[in-house]
Design a binder for this molecule. Structure first.
Ligand code: Q46
Ligand code: ZN
Ligand code: ZN
Length: 327
């Protein structure tokens, strides 16, 4: 197996491109793919200040590292969600990455700041844990991006993530979500710009990027991911991809090219509960106003996050084990 670029020994094959790469050219390939994505979708431009949501996992650390290599001023944002030992460990990975490179990492712990955590909020409100988690993360991401006056919030969603979400949205014909499933969401209605620069890289590639770039990431899955529908969609797509390399990319980018505009008129800012973990804001923009508690854009007195806080704060924390099966 030889590198496509230098003909030296290859360390990885990318079947959908029918290409193999050595370490140096694989790292360069990943950075080039991200650079291309940033330009193609007008995500960010040189000189922009970006905030990268980091979990300590492979995707978020890879995108942070790649943006730095591409010359961006990138600050990290780590949200402590109260997910027990898992999040203690993930925080350590995020902190170590930042410390080793002398980078700023903003940390927001929702237990310390809002007196809630994901397992307790899920249990008290009857939400799936990933729904309470997604809502909390989006709120903190939005607030931190606006407060720091960053040009964009960057998340580490990769091709596998986006193809799986698209698959689920098509299976259930969620036309509203289909209309907003873009790799870049512009700023507006009091929300910051949000971008997903890794949509050209699969998760095998982001993991390989970290290994080959010497990035120590958290390998374990979140303890609450078990049962999440997106894992089933990913498994189904992996089967298709193994028989027909390139299917995920054709599915996702074909949708962006040929279909997303057909749904964009149906786009709102509301979402059914069970899909909230990987999509966008929770409030319909029909009747906009500022949340009376936090000032975020909402269509009712309190934004969805402040309602979550109001119903959860002050409750005795619920252990993860008691909420795990609800996903
Ligand atoms: S962290 Fe949160 Fe994910 Fe864990 S609880 Fe679900 S949404 S699975 S990306
Ligand atoms: Zn090479
Ligand atoms: Zn609020």
């Amino acid at each position: 197996m030889k590198c496509r670029v230098c003909r030296g020994p290859a360390v990885i094959d990318i079947r959908r491109h029918n290409a193999n790469f050595c370490q140096e050219h694989f790292l360069r390939y990943c950075r080039t793919q991200v650079e291309k994505t940033l330009k193609e979708f007008s995500m960010v431009k040189p000189g922009d200040r970006v905030l990268v949501a980091v979990s300590g996992g492979k995707d978020s650390l890879a995108v942070w590292d790649i943006l730095l290599h591409l010359g961006y001023e990138a600050t990290g944002l780590y949200v402590g969600l109260g997910l027990g030992e898992y999040y203690d460990v993930s925080g350590r990975h995020a902190r170590r990455f930042a410390e080793e490179r002398g980078l700023e990492l903003i940390e927001v712990d929702i237990r310390g700041t809002y007196d809630i955590d994901v397992p307790t909020a899920a249990s008290v409100t009857g939400r799936a844990p990933c729904s309470a988690c997604g809502l909390s993360k989006r709120h903190v991401f939005d607030q931190a991006t606006l407060a720091g006056d960053f040009d964009a919030l960057v998340t580490g969603h990769n091709l596998d993530d986006e193809a799986a979400v698209l698959f689920g949205n098509v299976l259930h014909w969620q036309s509203d979500y289909l209309g907003r499933q873009q790799p870049v969401l512009p700023a507006g209605h009091g929300f910051p710009k949000k971008v997903k620069p890794l949509v050209r890289l699969g998760e095998r590639e982001t993991a390989a990027y970290c290994v080959l770039a010497g990035i120590d990431y958290l390998v374990e899955e979140c303890p609450m991911a078990k049962g999440n529908k997106h894992l089933h969609y990913k498994a189904a797509l992996n089967l298709i991809e193994s028989e027909s390399p390139g299917s995920k990319q054709a599915f996702y980018f074909g949708f962006l090219r040929n279909a997303v505009d057909l749904f964009s008129e149906q786009r709102t800012y509301s979402e059914p509960e069970e899909q909230r973990e990987r999509t966008e804001p929770d409030d319909d923009v029909g009747m906009l106003r500022a949340c009376e508690e936090c000032g975020a854009t909402t269509n009712s007195e309190l934004c969805a996050f402040c309602r979550l806080v109001r119903s959860t704060a002050g409750t005795k924390p619920v252990p993860i084990a008691m909420t795990r099966k609800r996903n």
